[in-house]
Design a protein around this ligand. Structure first.
Ligand SMILES: [Zn+2]
Length: 172
């Protein structure tokens, strides 16, 4: 669908969020996540200078990030998401989404950070306290590998993860 059907408003969960102005069908592409591509070194530098919240860069490949623009960085995390990342940066509806609903994806499905390298660059692995209030809220958002095994399997089997996560974790 067209990105013009998305709008930033006060979120039900925290700060700002992104809402759809029209219904979205399960499997439909909501948008491409957009921003400047940056390496792990560039990303660390941005975060260090406080130019960037730790939550802004989106992992799109091994040690490759996207410094998201305002619309796309405003999409919130939820432990019970209604969308997911596919391929490199396609955001897809995981179920039917009603007009006026807030869009969420599970941030952990895009997180496979190189801890050693980030620490060498003087940073630390990003985590976030979650207040999504869903029944299965994990309380903390962290790396994909830290998700409960059954949840990892659910995301992998349904291919509700971007390619680089699939490549790293999906075993036939
Ligand atoms: Zn949660």
């Amino acid at each position: 669908m067209d990105e013009n059907n998305l709008e930033i408003r006060k979120s039900s969960v925290s700060g700002k969020g992104v809402f759809t102005k029209r219904p979205i069908k399960k499997g439909e592409r909501i948008c491409f996540m957009k921003g400047k591509i940056c390496t792990i070194n560039q990303m660390s530098a941005l975060v260090d200078c406080d130019l960037e919240e730790g939550s802004d860069p989106l992992g799109i490949d091994d040690e490759l990030y996207m410094d998201l623009d305002e619309l796309h960085r405003s999409i919130n995390h939820c432990c019970n998401p209604n969308s997911f990342l596919r391929g490199k940066n396609e955001l897809i509806a995981l179920r039917d989404i009603e007009k006026g609903e807030e869009i969420f994806y599970d941030y952990s499905t895009t997180m496979n950070d190189n801890k050693e390298k980030i620490e060498k660059l003087g940073g630390e692995l990003w985590t976030m306290e979650c207040k999504c209030n869903s029944e299965n809220c994990r309380g903390i958002v962290s790396q994909f590998k830290d998700l409960p095994k059954n949840l990892q399997n659910y995301y992998l089997k349904n291919k509700f993860v971007p390619n680089f996560i699939l490549k790293a974790f999906y075993k036939n």
